[in-house]
Design a protein around this ligand. Structure first.
Ligand code: XMP
Length: 511
């Protein structure tokens, strides 16, 4: 049976991935594609419904994104959000105008008329708005179903043709009834059944991998992070010992992490696990290097080299596993953004390893779905909810030159920070938190003696997508306790500072 799917056409809106995540949370599989994808391809995909995202443009500008009018006659239900709603009206003969003031933030929505998308939705609710343009005159066959104080066309529809437009953003958390509106579109209008379930996904994937791989050999670069671990275990469930995992310990992991990864994979799973203790190689290469980008490059290259040497010992493999996840491959409707940091993932491997084909068992999943799949597969909770950890590891949390001694200091300090955050029960509410060893030393006093030691910075952020983030407002009393504990327990640190910058302008990592 074919899996039902909904297509999200991206017009450059900042919430495109959020829409997709909400739809998936409602158990409907969906994909995000650029608005330029072409009608033939859309027909081929055979979506149950289409959602147009918002976007930064004005429909009446010459070069703004648009789509052929034919799409409205394909018999596929469409929900336009913000720019998407304006585009639908404009293309079908309505008019769109710039308002004198921008409507931004939380706004009260009044549902004026019955509509399939407002079933069980409160007559008055808060919604999230972010627009200057609005639909001044509706296209023929449409009527208004909701308004706000300054937007007379906050929602409109042509229910005969199954076309719906909302000026507000149902996908944003601040829209109280947003999930209901999206669900109503999916189930009442598009007729979805909600067949996207993680247990079935895992079961089907294992069966598909088994069939594809047959009796061939599979190789996986295991980092100990969530994605590669879940991918590896899924393959193990399918083909067991035909899988070999290579885990390169570059000596820049968090305290005890290398041992933990080894323990989980050797004790619980029936696969070939190879740990390469390459710590010294990495420390040697990093000696005397303090530029962040150079450090990243050295680690990335050395990683490939170590992996390659190890893979050569195994010989030709048939398949190479990659932990690619859906956000890595979403093609955006707008241009690529500037590279701020060169990220190191295992994405660079295929050129260097002798294999026939790549398997990417997680390429359809968002991060939260990967975690759910991990739980279905029985991976330990600690591993499944592990916070993101950069490929170059602690090297980019040690400002300036890296040395084994500095790694040890940082591992201890970071361990105390994380232990204490967990103890006060804040670990699940912070999205990322870690310590940074600055290269600043200052004078302190301990007992009767003078010290001249390092300043440690603590960083903790709240974020949904890691593209933007807010520093976490950890209570002073907790920070104070943590500071005391670190200074008491970790030699060579005599001063602690807390990073209170958001992203932007700062990044989450310090290098
Ligand atoms: P920044 O510092 O750019 O980080 O705000 C955003 C998120 O990305 C993580 N990060 C990396 N992840 N390889 C990775 O796989 C890398 O090289 C890398 N650098 C940063 C960072 O921890 C944060 O979650």
């Amino acid at each position: 049976m074919e899996r039902e799917m909904v297509l999200i056409l991206d017009f450059g809106g900042q919430y495109n991935q959020l829409i997709a995540r909400r739809v998936r949370d409602l158990n409907v599989y969906c994909e995000v594609h650029p608005y330029t994808m072409g009608l033939d391809k859309i027909r081929e995909m055979n979506p149950k419904g289409i959602i147009f995202t918002g976007g930064p443009n004005s429909v009446y500008e010459e070069k703004s994104p648009s789509i052929s009018e034919e799409i409205y006659d394909m018999g596929i239900p469409i929900l336009g959000i913000c720019y998407g709603a304006q585009l639908m009206s404009y293309t079908l003969g309505g008019s769109v105008k710039a308002a004198t003031t921008r409507e931004y933030g939380k706004v009260k929505l009044h549902v004026e008329e019955d509509s399939p998308i407002f079933e069980d939705v409160k007559e008055k609710s808060i919604t999230w708005m972010s627009h200057t343009d609005y639909v001044e005159k509706l296209a023929e066959g449409f009527h208004v179903t909701a308004t706000t104080e300054s937007c007379p066309t906050a929602a409109f529809e042509n229910s005969e043709k199954n076309l719906y437009g909302v000026q507000f953003h149902p996908e944003v958390q601040h829209s109280e009834e947003g999930n209901k509106v999206l669900g109503n579109f999916l189930f009442n209008v598009a007729g979805c059944s909600g067949d996207w379930k993680m247990d079935e996904f895992v079961e089907n994937s294992i069966a598909a991998i088994k069939e594809k791989v047959g009796d061939k050999k599979v190789l996986c670069a295991l980092s100990g992070g969530v994605d590669s671990s879940v991918a590896a275990v899924m393959i193990e469930k399918a083909v067991g010992k035909q899988l070999t995992c290579i885990f390169v310990d570059h000596g820049l992991l968090r305290k005890d992490e290398g041992d933990q990864v080894e323990e989980v994979f050797t004790n619980n799973y029936n696969l070939n696990f190879i740990r390469v203790n390459a710590q010294q190689r990495f420390y040697d290469k990093l000696k005397g290097v303090s530029d962040p980008e150079t450090k990243r490059k050295i680690i990335g290259e050395e990683f490939i080299r170590v992996f390659e040497e190890e893979a050569k010992k195994i010989g030709t493999v048939d398949y190479l596993v990659q932990g690619t996840i859906y956000p890595d491959i979403i093609e955006s409707g707008v241009g690529d953004s500037a590279v701020i940091k060169s990220h190191h993932n295992v994405g660079g491997l295929p050129d260097y390893v002798d294999f026939k084909e790549i398997i990417e068992p997680l390429r359809d999943l968002f991060k939260d779905e990967v975690r759910r799949a991990g739980l279905e597969l029985g991976l330990p909770k600690d591993l499944v909810f592990r916070q993101p950890f950069p490929g170059p590891g602690l090297a980019i949390r040690i400002i300036g030159e890296v040395s084994e001694e500095k790694v040890k200091i940082l591992q201890e300090a970071d361990h105390v920070f994380r232990r204490e955050i967990k103890m006060v029960g804040m670990d699940m509410e912070l999205n990322q938190y870690f310590a940074v060893l600055t290269n600043l030393r200052s004078v302190g006093v301990m007992g009767d003696g003078r010290t001249y030691d390092y300043t440690l910075a603590l960083r903790a952020v709240k974020t949904t997508d890691f593209m933007t983030a807010e520093f976490a407002q950890i209570p002073w009393s907790i920070l104070g306790d943590i500071s005391t504990k670190i200074v008491n327990e970790v030699p060579h640190i005599n001063r602690i500072v807390y990073d209170i910058t958001n992203k932007p302008p700062a990044t989450i990592e310090w290098e």
